[in-house]
Structures are given as structure tokens and as C-alpha cells.
Ligand binder design. Structure first.
Ligand code: ZN
Length: 294
């Protein structure tokens, strides 16, 4: 059960979002900056995402009438402008996902601000507006990240895990909604086999790997909650895996009372309820800590 289920539009039982992190080859360049330029295997494994995976994913969304969210490092947006254009042309959302997938916890606050704002400028130049949402590379948001998001007027983050359903984070500087991910419906554990950046996951079959995400959906649906896939086009956009997703989506959209929407739209719906006083959102007060925990 969920203590404070959010009333979704049109009596839907569950709000659903498939979010794709279009990292492409940013992952190898940030991990191995000295020699990544000449490592063709990881470059091509990443390039598959925006060039082959994204068009396939967009075709399914078009057929089923879905508008969804993508998160892209700004470096990747510049390298793959055709993918950006195709995503935007189909009416989907592109959220902030760092400059070149730098981990906020591995760099100084000043470096974090520089990369964050550089990426923001690229989003504005390429999409014509500031993104509404953000997902930290490897979910590694820190307090500086939250402060930057509030300072720049972001509506939501999608990196933190304090609830099953969207909640609000409040600091002395303002507030931000959290659209919570978690590893249960992330495609990295079942599918990422990537020794060059330190991951050696035993690759599961398409249906086994995706079963985890689909079981998470069943629980969210039963409880009247929120389900979100956190996937990557170079992993779940592969032919056999997307075939499983495509068939699952067709069935779920036809047979269940679900609301598939972009995170931007889900956050806007929640914000409307909160501002109208018709829903009491759960609040997490940040920062959690201001010094090392001894
Ligand atoms: Zn990523």
C-alpha cells in the first residue's frame, strides 16, 4: 500500500514514464579521457543509442501515441543533433543530464557549477528553452546539485529515492519535486556489460532482464502509484530487448488504466494539485547532513 496516493488524471491507477538516458559514448570519454578517442568498441556501443536505438524507440511511441522523457548530456546533444531534433519533433521532453556525464560527487562545487551551467546553455541553444527536469549522472546528486536546480528554476529532479511516488524536496532556498527512480526498474544491472568503465554485469536474456521492471510496474499499478523505467537506448533500445518492451507496451496501454506521460507533465500535474490544496505532498527537508557523519 501507499499512504498518500496521488490522484492521476482521468481516473488512471498509475502514472507511468519510460525515461531514456541517452548517454552514448560520453561514458567512455569521461571514464578514460586519455585514450577513449581511439577505443572504437565502446564508442560504437554508445553510438548505437542515438543513431539506431532512439529512432526505433520513437517509432513505437509514435504508433502508441506516447510522449516521454529523455535525458541527455549536453556533449551528447552536440554530437548527435539528429537525435535531439527527432526527439523534439515528436513532442518528447529532453532533460539535463550533465555536460559529459561527469559525476557531481567526483568534482569540486565550482567545477560542478561550471559544467552544469555550460550544459544549460547548450540546452537553451538547441531546444529553445531551459529544461524543466534533471537527472544526475549515475544518480549522484549532492546538495550543490539540488541548490543549482533550485537556483535555475528547475521543476523536478529524477535522481533520488526517498519514496515510491513523486515527493517534494524543500531547502531554505526553495523547493523541487523529486520523480524517484530506483535500481529495480533500471536496465543497467541486467544489461550493462562494460568492462572498460568497471561494470561486468552478467547479461540477462531480454525477457528476464525486463521482467524486473515489469514486476515493479505491477506493484505500482496495484497500489495506485508511479512507475518509471530508467533505461538506456544502447541497452534496452537493442533489437531483441525493444521487441519485448514494444509488445508489453502495446498490451499495457490497451488493457490497463495507466497514464503514460513525460516527467514534465507528471510534475506539472502534481504541482497543480499541490497549489490547489487538493493533495498533501510528502516533503523531505534538505540538506540531510552538513558535515561528515562520525
Ligand atoms: Zn547517464
Amino acid at each position: 500500500m501507499i499512504r498518500n496516493p496521488i490522484p492521476w488524471p482521468n481516473g488512471a491507477r498509475c502514472a507511468c514514464a519510460i525515461t531514456f538516458d541517452v548517454d552514448a559514448d560520453s561514458l567512455i570519454h569521461i571514464a578514460r579521457p586519455q585514450d577513449s578517442f581511439d577505443r572504437l568498441y565502446p564508442i560504437t556501443m554508445g553510438r548505437y543509442g542515438p543513431t539506431v536505438g532512439v529512432p526505433r524507440i520513437l517509432e513505437t511511441y509514435r504508433r502508441l501515441g506516447l510522449k516521454q522523457s529523455f535525458f541527455m548530456p549536453a556533449w551528447t546533444m552536440q554530437r548527435y543533433p539528429d537525435a535531439v531534433e527527432a526527439i523534439l519533433k515528436s513532442g518528447h521532453e529532453i532533460g539535463h543530464h550533465g555536460y559529459i556525464h561527469e559525476d557531481p560527487t567526483e568534482i569540486s562545487s565550482a567545477q560542478q557549477r561550471e559544467a552544469f551551467e555550460r550544459a544549460l546553455g547548450i540546452h537553451v541553444a538547441m531546444t529553445g528553452r531551459k529544461p524543466r527536469g534533471y537527472r544526475a549522472p549515475v544518480y549522484n546528486a549532492n546538495q550543490t546539485t539540488i541548490d543549482l536546480l533550485i537556483e535555475h528554476g528547475f521543476v523536478y529532479d529524477s535522481s533520488l529515492m526517498a519514496d515510491d511516488i513523486p515527493y517534494q524536496m524543500r531547502t531554505a532556498r526553495g523547493s523541487l519535486y523529486e520523480m524517484p527512480p530506483h535500481w529495480g526498474s533500471d536496465d543497467w544491472p541486467p544489461f550493462a556489460h562494460y568492462a572498460e568503465i568497471g561494470y561486468m554485469m552478467p547479461v540477462k536474456s531480454p525477457s528476464d532482464g525486463l521482467a524486473a521492471s515489469f514486476e515493479e510496474f505491477e506493484a505500482a499499478y496495484e497500489a495506485g502509484g508511479f512507475w518509471m523505467g530508467i533505461w538506456h537506448p544502447f541497452l534496452t533500445g537493442r533489437l531483441a530487448r525493444w521487441r519485448v518492451v514494444d509488445r508489453w507496451l502495446e498490451r499495457i496501454v490497451a488493457e490497463r488504466k495507466v497514464w503514460f506521460a513525460s516527467l514534465e507533465d507528471i510534475a506539472a500535474h502534481l504541482d497543480g494539485l499541490v497549489k490547489a490544496g487538493t493533495y498533501q505532498v510528502r516533503v523531505e527537508t534538505l540538506p540531510y547532513f552538513t558535515q561528515p557523519v562520525s
